[in-house]
Design a binder for this molecule. Sequence first.
Ligand SMILES: NC(=O)C1=CN([C@@H]2O[C@H](COP(=O)(O)OP(=O)(O)OC[C@H]3O[C@@H](n4cnc5c(N)ncnc54)[C@H](O)[C@@H]3O)[C@@H](O)[C@H]2O)C=CC1
Ligand SMILES: O=C(CO)COP(=O)(O)O
Length: 344
Amino acid sequence: MSDTPVQKIAVLGAGSWGTTFAKVMADAVTTGSEAVEISLWARRPEIAEEIATRHTNSTYLGETVLPEAITATSSLTEAVEAADVVVLAVPAQHLRSHLGQLADVLAPHAVLVSLIKGLERGTDMRMSEVIAAELGLEPSRIAVVSGPNLAMEIAREEPTASVVACEGEQTAELIAGLCNNSYFRPYTNTDVVGVEIAGIVKNVIALAVGICDGQNLGDNSKASVITRGLAETTRLATVLGGRLETFSGLAGLGDLVATCASPLSRNRSAGRLLGEGLNTAQVTEQLTQTAEGMKSGSAVLELARRNGVEMPISEAVVAVLNGSLDVDTIASLLLARDLKAEGK
Ligand SMILES: NC(=O)C1=CN([C@@H]2O[C@H](COP(=O)(O)OP(=O)(O)OC[C@H]3O[C@@H](n4cnc5c(N)ncnc54)[C@H](O)[C@@H]3O)[C@@H](O)[C@H]2O)C=CC1
Ligand SMILES: O=C(CO)COP(=O)(O)O
C-alpha cells in the first residue's frame, strides 16, 4: 500500500451488497477533505446505465438514491484502472474468473477487499486464498469484510457494525476508515480465517433454520440449530487456525443471529423453500439473488472432512440439497448425534 491518500475505489459487482457497500464508502469518504471516486462495475450494461444516470439500482435497492461519488461502468478494466482499493462483491463461484481479468490492469499498490461469504467448489478455498493464488498478493494486501450486514437495512441507513479483517493491521485500519460512517461501524481484526469461515458457514446454518421454518418447527428448534451451528462453525475455524474469540464477535454470533432471524436473508428464504419440499433446482429457479450456502455447503463439508471435523447440521443441509435426504426427516437429524458434553 502506498502512503498517498486513496483517490479511487473500484467495486466489482453491482448486486445488493456491492451497491450498498459502495454507498457506505461514499457516505464515509465524502465527509473527508479529499474527493474519492467510487467506480462500481455492473455486469449488465443497463444497470450501469441506471446507476450513472438516475443514481439508483432499482433491481436490487428499490428507490435508494446513491451518492454522487459513485460512478458506474460495465467495463471491468475501466473500473479497476488506477484504483487504490478494489472491493469484490461477485458470487463466490465466479470470483476466480473475474480476478483473471484484473492481473494486467491492477495498480501495483492496490489493496483487495472481499465482501464475499462463500467457499470455492472444487478447491474448497476461501476468497482471500483465491485472491492470493490468482494475483500473487501478500496477505497484507488482502482484507475481508463480514458481519451482521443485511444489505437492504444498510441501504436504508439503519445502524450496524461489521468487521474488517486483514493480517496487516494497517491495511485493516485503512479499509475501516474508508467505510466508517454514521450508520456503519467497522471494527478491525487480524483473524482472516475465522472471519471468513464465520461468514461462509453461517449461510449453511441459515439454510438449516429456513428448513426448520418450512417444516413449521418453532423457536426452540431454531435456537438449538443456531447454537449448535455456531459450535460446528467454531470447530472448523479453530482447526484451520481461526481464533475462538472471533465467534462471539460480530462476524460470528452477530452475523449468524442477523441472518437466521431475518426474512431479508436469501439463505434463510432458500432454506424455507427446501423445507416446504422444493428441490434444489426448483429453489434455484425461484432465487433472484445469490444464496451462497446453496453452492458452498458441499465445499464446507469437504473441507471439514479433510480436517477431521464433524459438522452434523451442515451435513444434513447438504444431504437435503443433493437430494439424498428427505426433508421431512430433517427434524430428527439436524441435532442427532451421540450423547456428549456440550463443550465438545
Ligand atoms: N446482500 C447482502 O445482504 C450481503 C451479501 N454478502 C455477500 O456478498 C456477495 C455478493 O452478494 P450480493 O450482492 O448480495 O448478491 P446479488 O445476487 O445481489 O448480486 C451479485 C452480483 O454479482 C454479479 N455477477 C458478476 N458475475 C456474475 C456471474 N458470473 N454470475 C452471476 N452473477 C454475477 C451479478 O450480476 C450481481 O450484480 C455474496 O458472497 C454474499 O454472500 C455479504 C453481506 C451481506
Ligand atoms: O450475509 C448477510 C447478512 O450479513 C446476508 O445474508 P443472505 O446472503 O442470506 O441474504
